[in-house]
Design a protein around this ligand. Structure first.
Ligand code: ADP
Ligand code: MG
Length: 324
């Protein structure tokens, strides 16, 4: 099977909303009037972002999920994506389930594959997603990292830390009961992009980011770009580690570590004024996504961590950095 057969067989589908899909030199996307395009790319490299043994169906899901998560963090509605793929071999046994996992998530979000590139090389997957955000009264409704204000409350969606726990099991540094591991593993391999929540938070949240490198590390980006500080209730964040409900084998500090600096969570971390508490709850309900208030934004710069008794905890957490 050659390059063009591979594209034809696994990745070419009739264009739906796009004006032109796979098959020409460019795809054509018609932007709706009164909207802005939101664009984001994420690359997944074997051995760095995923294990070589991962099920290709799940990898197809994850490659798109991490990109949709960026659209979610902007409050954008997914429209389309491109797929740049380097593969060691044109292997149907790999491409078929990969495409199935990819399209299952794509179809669930009405996001269509409109083009890409395919080359021989070490397994590497790069997706670029395109979404749209309305402009209302001349103002974009995109959620940015820079909008947090002192007095805002800080929220996180879903659960934290479970993906990191699964990774530690794969690394051989942690052991978990089998059912706990399976649940954690599915959070690592098939994260849920919080697209509906992101869209529901437009005009409610003042700032948002998706958590890929750990809660505190990603919070740092909001604080820096907004010129503010924050206080985080570490034990409330730690209570969001789903595995904690099933096993109590670890010390509180360990749960905090996974929640605050686990990484690969793909949950939304966002800020909203206290006056919007009910609106945040309504957005959570409408999008069927749990949200938890974990702290507040302060005028005083820096990050303060408190335990359940209100005592200050040292902040020794570093964000993930590929080149550190
Ligand atoms: P070009 O040589 O003009 O870059 P290609 O021969 O690389 O075009 O690709 C042919 C068509 O197939 C293009 O429309 C391109 O967008 C599409 N395509 C290539 N690889 C993929 C892929 N992995 N998934 C979806 N579309 C792809
Ligand atoms: Mg090309």
């Amino acid at each position: 099977m050659g390059e063009f057969d591979l594209i034809e067989r696994f990745f070419k589908r009739p264009a739906r909303h796009a004006a032109l899909g796979v098959g020409d030199d460019c795809a054509l996307l018609q932007a709706s009037p009164g909207t802005q395009l939101a664009i984001s790319s994420d690359m997944l490299v074997e051995g760095r972002h995923f294990l070589s043994t991962v099920d290709p169906f799940k990898l197809g899901h994850k490659a798109l999920a991490v990109n949709l998560s960026d659209l979610a963090a902007c409050g954008a509605r997914p429209l389309a994506f491109t797929l740049a793929l380097a593969l060691p071999r044109a292997d149907a046994a790999w491409a078929a389930p990969f495409a199935q996992g990819l399209f299952a998530l794509a179809d669930a979000h009405g996001c269509e594959l409109i083009g890409g590139d395919t080359t021989q090389g070490p397994l590497n997957i790069c997706i670029t997603v395109f979404g749209e955000v309305p402009i209302v009264g001349g103002r974009s409704q995109a959620l940015l990292r820079s909008g947090a204000r002192a007095g805002d409350e800080l929220y996180v969606s879903g659960t934290l830390g479970d993906a990191r726990m699964a990774l530690e099991v794969f690394r051989g540094t942690l052991s978990l009961p089998a059912d706990v591991f399976e649940a954690a593993r599915s959070r690592m391999e098939q994260p849920t992009p919080r697209v509906a929540l992101g869209m529901a938070l437009r005009s409610i949240a003042t700032a948002a980011i998706d958590i890929s490198d750990g809660l505190l590390g990603d919070l740092g980006h909001i604080l820096k770009q907004s010129g503010v500080g924050a206080t985080v209730q570490a034990d409330i964040a730690a209570s969001r580690v789903a595995a904690r409900l099933q096993c109590s084998d670890f010390a509180p500090s360990q749960w905090r570590d996974w929640a605050l600096a686990g990484g690969d969570d793909y949950e939304l971390l966002f800020c909203a004024p206290a006056s919007q508490r009910e609106a945040v709850a309504a957005a959570a309900l409408a999008s069927q996504t749990a949200v938890t208030r974990i702290g507040q934004i302060d005028a005083e710069r820096g990050l303060r961590l408190l335990d359940g008794a209100g005592q200050a905890l040292p902040n020794t957490y570093a964000s993930f950095d590929h080149f550190a």
